[in-house]
Design a protein around this ligand. Structure first.
Ligand code: GAL
Length: 352
């Protein structure tokens, strides 16, 4: 289609000039009508979660110039999130992008949006499959938690030398068993539950003996992990050989506590924490947030598993465009699985 119809007119004949004037007026009249800019409401469970904060900012950044966005944080309350959804719907948004506070809260959201014919993309906190099945215009973008647990275990296995029958010097007491503590995220969250079982199962399946000395639930949160680490560290200080954490933020809280308790000394004064130092033991997280990458570069955190929010945000934006009729299902950079899910792979990340 020619985008500039004015250029087609022949101005030499008066009749044509008159109709050209009319058409120019029509073109002007149309162009002065504001075109409808598609709009999406983005609803995130909690602003003080650094991974979700980075994730939400990615969505907003990548949506720029493609559709309008309004970002809401629910302060960890499903009630507040429901009110925010109501407020956004009053503004007639075209689509909802929802990180539910309570994954079971998805049911009511889907029923309501189905009645209003507003599609919903859930992300990071996975609704029940039965709820997603209620309507074909609901989707989920996330990562498979079992993969993160497996990658976390394999990162530790590599560090301990790869042979379960002869672990290397990181088995500090040489007993052939890795003495560990574990920090778990939010109870009932698919990532916390599956990462915990899968990391331990992966050791077991590969013949590694891991003795779990203790476990604390710290709800993904750095301060909570910091305070709950106190008694575990005091109880197990001489024996401890590994700290597993369901996410980076909790791992960083534990590291702060460990530093106070005498771990992670720069004994050779080279300005970096050395893995060979007697005060160093591996702490591993999941997410790859900016603070974690910095801690890895400084030598504290051993490694993390990148929870690829950059790609997940890209997939959410592409899926939104598909639902707005601006992109086909064949043009998604990560294809749909079962017509409902976009699964983005985790990647291991350690210091080089
Ligand atoms: C997980 C992430 C956690 C936390 C949680 C929130 O995927 O690893 O750090 O952000 O999502 O639902």
């Amino acid at each position: 289609m020619n985008k500039n119809p004015v250029r087609q007119f022949n101005f030499r004949r008066p009749g044509i000039v008159a109709s050209a004037v009319v058409m120019i007026a029509v073109v002007f009249a149309f162009s002065s009508c504001p075109a409808h800019t598609p709009a999406a409401g983005i609803f995130v469970y909690n602003e003080s979660d650094p991974f979700m904060h980075e994730f939400a900012e990615q969505i907003v950044r990548q949506a720029k110039g493609r559709f309008a966005t309004t970002l809401y944080y629910a302060n960890n309350s499903q009630l507040i999130q429901n009110e925010q959804i109501e407020a956004e719907r009053a503004k007639k948004s075209d689509i909802l992008l929802v990180n539910p506070v309570d994954r079971l809260g998805a049911f009511a959201i889907i029923r309501k949006m189905k009645a209003e014919n507003v599609p919903v993309i859930f992300f990071n906190r996975e609704p029940l499959a039965a709820d997603l099945a209620l309507w074909d215009r609901t989707f989920y973008v996330g990562a498979r938690p079992e993969q993160s647990g497996q990658l976390q275990a394999h990162m530790v296995i590599d560090l301990f030398g790869g042979n379960p029958d002869a672990p290397n010097e990181y088995d500090r007491n040489g007993d052939g068993v890795i003495q560990a503590i574990l920090f778990k995220g939010e109870q009932g969250h698919q990532d916390a539950e599956t990462r915990t079982t899968e990391v331990l199962r992966s050791f077991e399946k590969t013949g590694w003996k891991v003795e779990l000395l203790g476990m604390e639930i710290a709800n993904w949160n750095r301060d909570e992990a910091y305070s709950k680490a106190g008694s575990l560290l005091a109880a197990w200080k001489p024996a401890l050989e590994l700290v597993l954490s369901n996410n980076d933020d909790m791992a960083l809280g534990v590291i702060s506590r460990m530093r106070q308790e005498g771990w992670f000394k720069d004994s050779n004064g080279n300005g970096r924490i050395d893995q060979k130092d007697a005060s160093w033991i591996p702490v591993v997280g999941i997410d790859g947030i900016a603070d974690a990458r910095e801690s890895i570069a400084e030598g504290y955190l051993y490694g993390t598993v990148t929870n690829n929010s950059l790609q997940m945000a890209a997939s959410i934006v592409e899926l939104t465009e598909m639902l707005l009729g601006e992109r086909s299902g064949q043009e998604l950079s990560v294809p749909l699985t079962d017509g409902k899910y976009i699964w983005v792979d985790y990647q291991p990340y350690i210091s080089r």
